[in-house]
Design a protein around this ligand. Structure first.
Ligand code: ATP
Length: 353
């Protein structure tokens, strides 16, 4: 039996609280599915680690976490812990770039109609995934920005290699879904985006059985709210993906319901889309569902029959808990604590499959 080794990086703020519940769920799934076993090892990374050692992502830790089958991350960074130049620490972004995790996968799924601000959308009627390019785009000059007294400049970088690999990832992912990929860009204004579209058109020829759509980012924002059901898989550049995934999370209950995977060819990091939420950290009220659904994504990414079963169990358990309108954490209008939500999901898992 293969044992999956997982590096657990709980991080800062609400990170450790939501990770604790995700780890409970992971252990519970291992008990219920034959042939599924995990070895978890925790590492200290983030603003807390910087305060201890002066480095939010120590080199030895970076070396070690790469040897695991996957990385499970909580959230990182704290507003009052900054580099001398005033910028917050973001080791989670460094991981994306250094491990070439180009495929920022953010599934969006409505578990209960009451949780959407949109009227009349039933469970499952909002069901799409954003594939956010995560290594270049408008974040590319993040660490070497050009600025002077009179101006500041950020660069939108689209490379052929970067665009091809993420667009391929989106098409491949759509094969296991409804086989529809929408490109979101700003090709009418920016040459970099026209180039992105050109590459999308080229790659799409390799997938004659997948339907395609092309939308400018402003129109996409409108359709997210008016007609979210038209989307299956969306592929877009880094910054557009960043913004649209928060909008998408808002359609299905907020940041506490938004899981994500940062996936490369060799490594992958799974984490909730939200940050460290310092305003509620330490209070036991954070919603752990995004992190728990990120665990399901990790199991799916392992892509073995028993891990796929584990992923399906987690989603079914979340669905069952959410059928009861009262079973919500505070961010979604309920009264459950982080721990109570984690326990409810464990209890909703079937006993043995
Ligand atoms: P970042 O810049 O890293 O995204 P942030 O603090 O600006 O971090 P988030 O942490 O994502 O933004 O969240 C913004 C607000 O949403 C938080 O302050 C918190 O009130 C709420 N929030 C985020 N995640 C959760 C969660 N899991 N449960 C409950 N509320 C949350």
């Amino acid at each position: 039996m293969k044992r999956y080794s997982i590096a657990v990086l709980a991080g800062d703020g609400i990170g450790p609280e939501v990770i604790a519940e995700a780890v409970h769920v992971l252990h519970a799934v291992a008990q219920r599915v034959d042939g599924l076993a995990f070895d978890l090892r925790e590492y200290s990374v983030g603003a807390g680690e910087y305060l201890k050692s002066g480095d939010p992502l120590p080199a030895a830790t970076f070396e070690e976490i790469q040897r695991h089958d996957a990385i499970l991350l909580g959230a990182m960074g704290l507003p009052h812990v900054r580099w001398p130049n005033g910028v917050e620490m973001t080791p989670q972004l460094d991981l994306r770039e250094r491990l070439e995790l180009y495929n920022g996968l953010r599934p969006v799924y409505l578990f209960h109609s009451d949780d959407s601000p949109l009227r009349g959308r039933h469970a499952g009627e909002i069901d799409f995934a954003i594939v956010r390019e995560s290594t270049e785009g408008l974040f590319s000059s993040r660490t070497n920005a050009r600025s002077s007294h009179d101006s500041a400049e950020d660069r939108m970088l689209i490379t052929r290699r970067g665009a091809e690999r993420v667009i391929h990832a989106a098409f491949e992912y759509s094969l296991g879904r409804r086989r529809h990929v929408t490109l979101v860009d700003k090709a009418n204004v920016l040459p970099s985006m026209a180039f992105f579209r050109q590459i999308f058109d080229e790659v799409s020829l390799e997938y004659p059985h997948v339907h395609t759509g092309r939308l400018y980012v402003d129109a996409a924002a409108l359709y997210f709210v008016q007609r979210p059901e038209i989307f299956d898989v969306i592929v877009t550049e880094n910054m557009f993906g960043d913004i649209l995934s928060d909008l998408a999370a808002g359609l299905v209950g907020g940041m506490g319901m938004a899981p994500s995977g940062d996936i490369g060819d060799k490594h992958a990091v799974f984490q909730p889309s939200h940050g460290t939420a310092p305003d509620i950290a330490g209070k036991g009220v954070a919603n752990p569902v995004a992190t728990i659904l990120s665990v399901a994504m990790m199991l799916e990414w392992f892509d073995q029959p028993e891990t796929r079963t584990g992923a399906a169990l987690i989603r079914d358990a979340v669905r069952e808990v959410f059928n009861d309108r009262r079973a919500r954490t505070r961010d979604m209008g309920g009264r459950m604590s982080t721990e109570e939500m984690g326990h409810a999901i464990v209890d909703a898992l079937p006993h043995r499959v």
